[in-house]
Write a protein that binds this ligand. Structure first.
Ligand SMILES: *[C@@H]1O[C@H](CO)[C@@H](O)[C@H](O)[C@H]1NC(C)=O
Ligand SMILES: *[C@@H]1O[C@H](CO)[C@@H](O)[C@H](O)[C@H]1NC(C)=O
Ligand SMILES: *[C@@H]1O[C@H](CO)[C@@H](O)[C@H](O)[C@H]1NC(C)=O
Ligand SMILES: *[C@@H]1O[C@H](CO)[C@@H](O)[C@H](O)[C@H]1NC(C)=O
Length: 176
């Protein structure tokens, strides 16, 4: 006569099955995550051949709140201004913090000379803070980057009154 399995045994087996399923899913996700690292080079507003312009400002003393900037910055493989140009970061930033701590950007990353990503783009959105590391969303893409979603981090690593360099790390998947 077959014994009815003890409930605790069933629970334990279920736990093992769940554990295996979960760890399997985690590993697969990681392997499908693409990591890109490159540098954002901005010729600052007011410098000769600026790549970032101040379009509108309420010009209140000590406040950037409401300022609107548009930029078309170089993306380079390295932090040196003469390193390989891989694409452009085109977009706008609105200073949207009453405490002047940062703003919201919408940036299209357009890759022109970046291996198999050349001719493809990533669309992004999110809030940045100055100083420190900012994390923003990757919400889509075109070409081989269609259906991209993930996030990217940025950190300013050097700046003068004329020139700014930021490190960018992107993590995303293009799997549906
Ligand atoms: C990556 O995603 C594809 C499609 O969703 C999937 O078939 C594949 O198993 C994943 N890769 C790994 C290593 O898990
Ligand atoms: C600005 O751009 C012009 C035209 O491309 C170039 O001749 C000039 O050298 C540039 N100036 C600076 C300071 O980069
Ligand atoms: C903003 O204010 C500065 C001085 O405070 C002035 O030089 C500049 O022309 C003003 N800009 C605008 C757009 O009003
Ligand atoms: C692009 O190339 C890299 C390595 O060269 C490869 O890992 C990646 O899967 C390729 N991506 C696409 C979308 O072709």
């Amino acid at each position: 006569m077959a014994a009815v399995p003890c409930p605790w045994l069933v629970l334990m087996l279920l736990q093992v099955v769940l554990l295996l399923a979960c760890s399997g899913a985690g590993a697969a996700d990681d392997e499908n995550l693409t990591h890109l690292r490159f540098y954002f080079h901005e010729v600052r507003t007011g410098a000769p051949n600026e790549t970032s312009v101040l379009v509108a400002s309420l010009n209140r003393t000590g406040s950037t709140f409401g300022d609107l900037k548009v930029f078309d910055n170089a993306l380079r493989a390295g932090e040196d201004p003469s390193s390989t140009l891989i694409g452009r970061a085109r977009g706008l930033g609105v200073f949207a913090s009453v405490d002047n701590s940062g703003g919201v950007t919408t940036i299209e990353f357009v890759f022109s000379d970046y291996g198999n990503y050349s001719g493809s783009t990533l669309a992004t959105l999110g809030h940045f803070t100055i100083p420190g590391v900012s994390e923003r969303s990757i919400v889509g893409g075109t070409g081989v980057l269609r259906f991209a979603r993930g996030y990217f981090t940025t950190e300013i690593i050097s700046f003068t009154s004329d020139y700014l360099v930021a490190l960018i790390d992107m993590y995303f998947t293009t799997k549906l």
